[in-house]
Design a protein around this ligand. Structure first.
Ligand code: ATP
Ligand code: MG
Length: 439
C-alpha cells in the first residue's frame, strides 16, 4: 500500500534513518490516510532517543521529554517525533508510572489503544500492521490492541476515545471491546473533566452525534452525565412526541449542523424535562417550565465539564428560549429578538427547526409555517436594519441628559420605554421623533 505523506515528514524520516535510527509515521495519520481523510497532524515514531532527535534538527521544541516527545519544526510545519516506548505500570487508571524507551517498533505499536491506531508506515517499507488494523478498517470496527479490560484498566480515557472514534468514523465497537467499556465504565472517575469535555465535543461534532447513545448503553453517561440517563428513562405521552426524551434528543442532534454550541444545545435542550414532568388526569404528560429548568441544569453540567464561559452563556440562553414560540408577525419577532438576543437569534431558529423535526408529525405543517414565518420576519428585520436593542436605539442616555433629564436610574427606564415603542414602531427610531415622544 502506498500512502502520500508530506514531504517534510518524509525528510524527517530520511534524516533519522541516515543517522542510524528507525523512523515511521504512525497512529492517527496512517489511519486517516488509509481512510482517505485528511490527517490533522503527522506523528513520527522513532528508535532515536529525544536527545538524539534534538541533535539532528535545527529547530525543536521539548514538548514532552519525559514521554519521549520532541517537536521538530520545519518550514512552517511542526511534527511530533516520539521515541519508541513501552508504558510502565499504570497506577491511577490514567497515567503510566513511568515510560520506558525501547528499540522495538512492535513494543511501541502494542501500547497504542486501537488496532486502527496502531499502524505505522514508511515510504520504502510500506505499512506495518501487526494487529490487523487494516482488517478492522475494512470491517469498520473499533477493537482494542490486546485485552480490552487491561487496556481500559490502564487508561480510562481510552473508553471515551472508543466511542468518539466510532462516531467520527461510523464504525461499530467490537463486542469484547464493548464489554470492556461496560465493565470499566466506573474508571471514568480517573479522567479529568477537561478530557471528558474534549472527547464529548469531538463526538458531538462528528458525522454520527447520535452514537452518543452508545455512551448511555455502555454506562458511561451514568458516570459523567447522569442527567441524560434520566432523559432516556422518561417517556413522553403527548401527541407532539413519539420518542422518550433521550431518543428525541439523540434524533435532534442529527437535524442540526456540526457546530459545538448547536450540538451541545441539542444534547441538553430537554435536560430539564424529567424533573418537571407532570401527568394530567387523561394520562397526558406536560413539561411546563422545562426551558428555565433546563437552563439551570445545563449551567451546572457545563460548569462541571469545565466549558468556557462564552460557550456556557450561549448554550444556556438557547436552552432557556428553545421552546419560545413567537407569532410570525413583525413586532412579535422584534420583541423575541430583543429578548433572546441578536447574537444568537439565527441559532435559535436552527435549534427550533432541529427540535421540531425530531418530534412526531402532529401539527407538523402548522409548526413549519410558523417557524418559516418567523424566519421571514427576522430576515426582513436584518435587511431593514430595524432596531431591536438599546445598542441601535437612536437615543442614548447622554441625549436624555442633554435634553434635561437628571442622571440616575430613570434614564435607563426612559430608554427602555423608548425601545418598547421602537419595537412596535420601528420607523420612529430617529432621535428627534423619540425625544419629542418624551415630552
Ligand atoms: P485525533 O488526532 O483525531 O484525536 P489520533 O488517533 O491521532 O486521533 P491522538 O490523540 O492524536 O489521536 O494520538 C495519536 C496516536 O497515539 C493514536 O493514534 C494512538 O496510536 C496513540 N494514543 C493516543 N492516545 C492514546 C491512549 N490514551 N492510549 C493509547 N494510545 C494512545
Ligand atoms: Mg492526532
Amino acid at each position: 500500500m502506498k500512502l502520500t505523506i508530506p514531504s517534510n515528514a518524509e525528510k524527517i524520516l530520511r534524516i533519522l534513518e541516515k543517522n542510524g535510527h528507525e523512523a515511521y509515521v504512525v497512529g492517527g495519520c496512517v489511519r486517516d490516510s488509509v481512510l482517505g481523510r485528511n490527517p490533522d497532524d503527522w506523528d513520527i515514531t522513532t528508535s532515536a532517543e529525544p536527545a538524539q532527535v534534538k541533535a539532528l534538527f535545527r529547530r525543536t521544541v521539548d514538548t514532552g521529554l519525559q514521554h519521549g516527545t520532541v517537536t521538530v519544526l520545519m518550514d512552517k510545519e511542526s511534527y511530533e517525533v516520539t521515541t519508541y516506548r513501552v508504558d510502565g505500570d499504570y497506577e491511577d487508571g490514567r497515567h503510566p508510572k513511568e515510560v520506558l524507551f525501547t528499540s522495538s517498533l512492535e513494543e511501541d505499536l502494542k501500547r497504542r489503544d486501537f488496532t486502527i491506531n496502531a499502524m505505522a508506515y514508511h515510504p520504502d517499507r510500506g505499512l506495518v500492521d501487526l494487529f490487523h488494523g487494516m482488517d478492522d478498517i475494512r470491517e469498520q470496527v473499533i477493537r482494542c490492541v490486546g485485552s480490552p479490560m487491561e487496556r481500559f484498566g490502564e487508561d480510562a480515557l481510552r473508553i471515551l476515545r472508543a466511542v468518539r472514534f466510532s462516531a467520527q468514523l461510523g464504525f461499530s465497537i467490537e463486542e469484547e471491546t464493548k464489554n470492556g467499556i461496560c465493565a470499566m465504565a466506573p474508571n471514568l472517575k480517573f479522567v479529568s473533566a477537561e478530557r471528558i469535555q474534549t472527547e464529548l465535543v469531538k463526538l458531538l461534532i462528528s458525522p454520527h452525534p447520535d452514537y452518543f447513545r452508545t455512551a448511555y448503553e455502555t454506562g458511561l453517561t451514568r458516570q459523567f452525565l447522569p442527567e441524560f440517563d434520566a432523559c432516556m428513562e422518561t417517556e413522553q405521552n403527548t401527541p407532539h412526541h413519539c420518542r422518550t426524551v433521550g431518543e428525541h434528543t439523540l434524533n435532534s442532534l442529527l437535524n442540526i449542523r456540526a457546530d459545538k454550541v448547536l450540538r451541545l444545545t441539542m444534547l441538553l435542550h430537554d435536560i430539564g424535562k424529567p424533573a418537571v414532568k407532570k401527568t394530567d388526569g387523561n394520562g397526558r404528560d406536560h413539561f411546563k417550565t422545562h426551558g428555565p429548568r433546563g437552563e439551570e441544569m445545563a449551567r451546572t453540567i457545563l460548569r462541571r465539564l469545565k466549558f468556557d464561559n462564552d460557550t456556557i452563556a450561549k448554550v444556556c440562553r438557547l436552552i432557556l428560549w428553545h421552546d419560545a414560540r413567537p407569532l410570525p408577525e413583525m413586532a412579535e419577532v422584534r420583541r423575541a429578538v430583543n429578548r433572546i438576543g441578536e447574537d444568537i437569534f439565527s441559532l435559535y431558529l436552527e435549534v427550533q427547526k432541529a427540535d421540531m423535526l425530531a418530534q412526531s408529525s402532529y401539527k407538523r405543517n402548522e409548526k413549519t409555517a410558523r417557524l418559516e414565518g418567523v424566519a421571514r420576519c427576522y430576515a426582513r428585520i436584518l435587511e431593514e436594519r430595524q432596531c431591536v436593542s438599546l445598542k441601535t436605539l437612536a437615543v442614548k442616555g447622554r441625549d436624555l441628559i442633554e435634553a434635561g433629564y437628571p442622571p440616575g436610574p430613570q434614564i435607563g427606564e426612559k430608554l427602555d420605554q423608548l425601545l418598547e415603542h421602537v419595537l412596535e414602531f420601528p420607523e420612529d427610531n430617529q432621535k428627534d421623533v423619540l425625544l419629542s415622544l418624551l415630552i
